[in-house]
Design a protein around this ligand. Sequence first.
Ligand code: BJ8
Length: 421
Amino acid sequence: MADYRKMWEELGMDVESHDNLCEVLPQAIGDTFLAQENRPEKMDYFDFVISEVHGVRPAELKKFREEGGKVFGTFCAYVPDEIIFAANGIATGLCAGSQFWVPAGEAVLPANTCPLIKASLGARFSRTCPFFRLADMYIGETTCDGKKKAYEILAEDVPMHIMDLPQMKRPVDVKKWADEVRILKDVVEKVTGNPVTKENLAENIRKINRKRAALQRLYDLRKNPNVPISGTDVLLISQIAYYDDPERFTMKVNELCDELEQRAAQGVNVAKGKKRIMFTGTPMAVPNWKMHSLVENCGAVVVCEETCTGTRYFENQVDESGTTMDEMIDHIAERYMKINCACFTPNTGRIDDILRLAKEYNVDGVIDVHLKFCQTYDTESYFVERKLKEEGIPVLEIETDYTETDAQQLKTRVEAFIEMM
Ligand code: BJ8
């Protein structure tokens, strides 16, 4: 990584402790990504972004703030980026996927909290993540209980706005979510000092739709018998989607897709002779590459993720036909309420999605993976597995965390699963 020490110091980071995190990253990137054979050339952009994860984008955000811009950190796929960008702010994902941050999170949270939440608070309080330093305000949401309560602790240290996400999907709930989007608009207008106009909201609806369309294009390429890209590489792209500049990201994903179309036509197939796996479950935040790496090193290929670092992030577009501010906000709310997170009750839409995606991506088996202490996804596994079994689709349930302590045991289970398919 280039030398960003001065920037990290200026951001008030614990640079010495941060060095320990940086030390392990090149090896992890090398082992997980670069060691794969016959990768698409256009992955070089995403390799660069991840190798400079705490440098290149944070430097852009820092410059943006120095010029008067405001950065909003988000934790959930429900937070509508359109509103933030329309106020000339920047939205950046804050979810943390490294065990490195977990102990600092455990210092303020119960040990039996999900690692994603522990790592998020740990990243803030240990001062070892530039994104957590750069956000002027964090946008939380009332999804799971663990996050909700953790946000109260974060709020002692950083300005927070919480969006009250309904937990059901009746028309009244969609209306309520639209009201929450309106409140978010007021908040970001106040923080940025910029009004959200009809024109800039319409423009940003189109901009984020284009980003989703690029991701859909990438995923569609994985539906083919010839799969031109590994699941591990696609996971990296999905993770970068949360924090890269949306327009540049869209352009780079489309460039990659151009190459992938050629590769598929030339017969390049990373799935040749391999079982096609779909993941469903909790999101995999950077740098959590554990399960993809494991499954693909066991000789299968991941062709789809029904997760928030997967289809839940980009499926469904915001209707662009709105002409008034109210219509546009209603359309935004309608699109986001189509995300099927296990914090909703009932959440049958997710089961329908899983069955639909299993067919679309022609999968041989599904791995239902959730983070330890995530009650909602763990409980919902009951329906996920029952339905998949009814449909004759092999399914393996895995509960894991960010440590490597279960690596050997998981390998044995995944190998047995692939074997029996
Ligand atoms: S829309 S999945 S990003 S809430 S894993 S913190 S649920 S205890 S991350 Fe999520 Fe939004 Fe839903 Fe997606 Fe809680 Fe579970 Fe931890 Fe989770």
